[in-house]
Design a protein around this ligand. Structure first.
Ligand code: ZN
Length: 199
């Protein structure tokens, strides 16, 4: 496929800084290899954060198992994005949320990365809300989603260490550009995880 680099360069020149930074941190692997230097040029032209090059590099080179574990450990070492405390290693947990509305029942699962007491606190709070607010949606709330979420809550308890490892490693791999760019800016990383938790 022929790529019109001039046209692409023009598009990048008109992009907002925010969008350009987002592409540099998370979309590099999906770009045509000839487009990556255009992104770098544009970052240089605008004088944006030089750490972005490091994030771009991380998305275009193969990484080792050690690098993945180093990213996981970096996440673990941050302050809790929920309570701001720095008591123990951060931890990942699954939050199960069932809500019944007039005509439908929604069942969502999402991951939460925070300190152990914030994750467990949120899991318990949702368990209670699921039992109170999930059951009356008939039939999905009463017969399907609510019992499912409650059973899984207890199953999750038995494998929480593995779940946490898998969630942290998954998060590291998905966000390799962001983590590498802000490796030294821990406040930015905590803010990024906070944003992920609230999505
Ligand atoms: Zn916390």
């Amino acid at each position: 496929m022929e790529v019109n680099l001039d046209k692409i360069r023009e598009n990048y020149a008109q992009m907002s800084d925010l969008k350009l930074e987002r592409i540099a941190k998370s979309d590099i692997a999906s770009l045509h290899p000839d487009v990556v230097p255009i992104v770098k040029e544009e970052i240089k032209k605008r004088g944006l954060d030089e750490n972005l090059y490091r994030g771009i590099e991380a998305q275009t080179t193969e990484f080792t198992e050690e690098q993945v574990y180093a990213m996981r450990d970096k996440i673990k070492s941050l302050s809790c994005p929920k309570c701001g405390e720095h008591k123990d290693d951060l931890y990942g947990g699954i939050i199960r949320k069932v809500r019944s509305y007039i005509v439908f029942t929604s069942y969502q699962t999402k991951s939460l990365i925070a300190c152990r007491s914030c994750v467990e606190g949120e899991r318990k709070a949702q368990l209670i809300k699921n039992s109170l607010l999930g059951w009356w949606g008939f039939p999905w709330g009463l017969f399907i989603h609510t019992p499912h979420s409650i059973i899984n809550h207890f199953l999750d308890l038995r494998k929480r260490e593995e779940t946490s490892e898998a969630l942290l490693i998954g998060f590291a791999l998905e966000n390799i550009g962001e983590l590498t760019t802000n490796w030294e800016d821990e406040d930015a990383l905590v803010e990024f995880i906070h944003h992920h938790n609230n999505q």
